[in-house]
Design a protein around this ligand. Sequence first.
Ligand SMILES: C[S@@+](CC[C@H](N)C(=O)[O-])C[C@H]1O[C@@H](n2cnc3c(N)ncnc32)[C@H](O)[C@@H]1O
Length: 275
Amino acid sequence: MTTTADELREQVRRRYAEAAVAAELGGCGCTDDGGCCGNVACDGEAASFGAALYEDEQLGELPEAALLASLGCGNPTAVAELREGETVLDLGSGGGIDVILSAKRVGPTGVAYGLDMTDEMLALAQRNAREAGIANAHFLKGVIEQIPLPASSVDVVISNCVINLSVDKSAVLAEIGRVLKPGGRVGISDVVAENDLAPEDRAQRGSYVGCIAGVLSAGEYEAGLEAAGLEDVSVEFTHQVADGMHGAIVKATKARESARAPLPLARSAATAGCC
Ligand SMILES: C[S@@+](CC[C@H](N)C(=O)[O-])C[C@H]1O[C@@H](n2cnc3c(N)ncnc32)[C@H](O)[C@@H]1O
């Protein structure tokens, strides 16, 4: 029996709702049926997933429940070089770890948005942000394939181990291109396959909800971001998570609009004193 996109998304939502509830109780909701993107509370893969990928100094700034719900595969706040006053958007914000860290980096004149489709994660993230004393973080309910923010409204898009879970990855990449301001940046952590690993082989390495079966290859990521109007795209493998699959940092920039529209031909020719 084949699974439809809606069923797959519902499996993902249910799994991460369980993980959010378990994190609040101090445990792991990810043990059965392929797990989630792993975390320290759930397995021994501490070096590949979750809170182990953050600096000690950053961990000290975070509530315990945010650490327990950390289900990422990197540390996008470390690569995004956030600046005071910027607007940041975290796709699939989970328990809010990267939104809280981003909100601190951009300061009171900046804003950090977290977008997630799972009510339990949104509630957990809101509690964690309150506990961390953060006032410039806002959590939005929605799907990353249809971002509920206007075009050209965000300086930096980050995401941590979420895009591999999307049932329509080209829609996500197109939405990133839409919401970024000209000159805006992308700093994503995700699991990424080597280019020669076919989709069937990726599916053999682990489950979809566990952030393995649905991953893009490096070449697919690059092509998708370029098709979405981004440039200077790079995919850098940081640590192996399965045979032929790696935690990776994906970076890109949205082109700046040219400073001035080209002059109509007749006028530019006249200005140049030509012909
Ligand atoms: C692996 S967890 C990562 C959470 C967080 N980024 C972190 O580092 O801890 C995946 C999160 O993405 C959310 N998610 C998955 N697919 C989504 C989609 N299509 N739209 C919105 N949220 C999604 C889940 O609800 C979950 O909170």
